[in-house]
Design a binder for this molecule. Structure first.
Ligand SMILES: C[S@@+](CC[C@H](N)C(=O)[O-])C[C@H]1O[C@@H](n2cnc3c(N)ncnc32)[C@H](O)[C@@H]1O
Length: 224
C-alpha cells in the first residue's frame, strides 16, 4: 500500500473579522487502500470549508467528529482553535492510526482520538461531555448504517441538547433518505446551501482541490 499526503488550502480573502485566519494550510497523510477511511473523500473539503468560513463560531467550542478517517474536517477545526475529538470505528484500528498521523502532520498534540462505533453504547460514548458540535463527512453512504449513525447522534444530542450535528453527504443514490429515521429519533434537519460558504459548483477548488466539485454534495444541520 502506498503512503502519500495531500495538502489542502482554505482561503477567504473577504474575511471581515479582525481575528479571522484568512488562509489555512493542512497536510493530510493518506494511504492508497480500498478501505474507506484511508483517504480523503470529496465531502470532507466541503465540511472543512464550512468550518473555515464559520471559524468565529467554532473557536473554543467542543467538537466531536464521527467516522473521521483521514480527519480533514476535524484537523481544520482544531487548527482554528476548537477542542476536537476525532473518532472512528473501534475495529478500524488503521483508521484510528490515520487520525493520529493527520494530527501529527499538522502539529496538533491536544486532539483526543477515540474508538466510537456508530450504534453502540460504550464507555467512550457515555464519557463524552459538553459537546457543541458533532461533525461528519461522507458517513451516510451505506443505508444499513444510517440508523446506527442517527442513534449515536440522538444519544449525544440528548445529553447535549444545545449541540448540532453538521454533516456533508455525497449523493450517490437519490432514492436514499433519512427522513423516517429523523422522525423516529425526533430530530430536525435543515439543508445548508453550499453557496453560503463558497463551496457550490461555481467554485472548482474547494480547499485548493478539485475533487469536491466533481460530485454532488449536500450539507445538513441536524438538531433536536
Ligand atoms: C467514506 S469514509 C469518510 C471518511 C472521512 N470522514 C472523509 O470524509 O474523508 C467513512 C468513514 O466512516 C468510518 N466508519 C465506517 N463504519 C463505521 C462505524 N460502524 N462506526 C464508526 N465509523 C465507521 C470509516 O472507517 C471511515 O473512516
Amino acid at each position: 500500500m502506498m503512503e502519500t499526503s495531500k495538502r489542502f488550502t482554505f482561503q477567504n480573502d473577504n474575511a471581515d473579522h479582525i481575528l479571522e485566519i484568512n488562509k489555512l494550510e493542512v497536510i493530510i497523510p493518506e494511504i492508497v487502500d480500498p478501505q474507506y477511511g484511508m483517504f480523503t473523500w470529496p465531502s470532507a473539503p466541503v465540511l472543512a470549508q464550512y468550518l473555515f468560513h464559520h471559524q468565529h463560531v467554532i473557536r473554543r467550542k467542543t467538537i466531536l467528529e464521527l467516522g473521521s478517517g483521514t480527519s480533514l474536517a476535524g484537523v481544520v477545526a482544531a487548527k482554528l482553535g476548537a477542542c476536537v475529538t476525532l473518532s472512528d470505528a473501534k475495529q478500524y484500528t488503521n483508521c484510528l492510526q490515520n487520525c493520529r498521523k493527520s494530527c501529527e502532520a499538522n502539529g496538533l498534540n491536544d486532539v483526543n482520538i477515540i474508538p466510537l462505533t456508530w450504534g453502540k453504547v460504550t464507555p467512550e460514548l457515555i464519557q463524552l461531555k459538553n459537546i457543541d458540535f458533532i461533525i461528519a463527512s461522507d458517513c451516510f453512504y451505506d443505508k444499513t448504517d444510517f440508523e446506527d449513525i442517527l442513534f449515536t447522534v440522538a444519544f449525544i444530542l440528548k445529553e447535549n441538547p444545545h449541540a448540532v450535528f453538521l454533516t456533508t453527504y455525497q449523493v450517490r443514490d437519490c432514492n436514499l433518505s433519512i427522513e423516517e429515521l429523523l422522525y423516529k429519533w425526533q430530530l430536525k434537519c435543515i439543508e445548508i446551501p453550499l453557496a453560503e460558504f463558497n463551496a457550490d459548483n461555481t467554485n472548482s477548488l474547494i480547499g485548493g482541490d478539485n475533487m469536491s466539485a466533481k460530485h454532488l454534495i449536500q450539507m445538513f444541520q441536524i438538531s433536536k
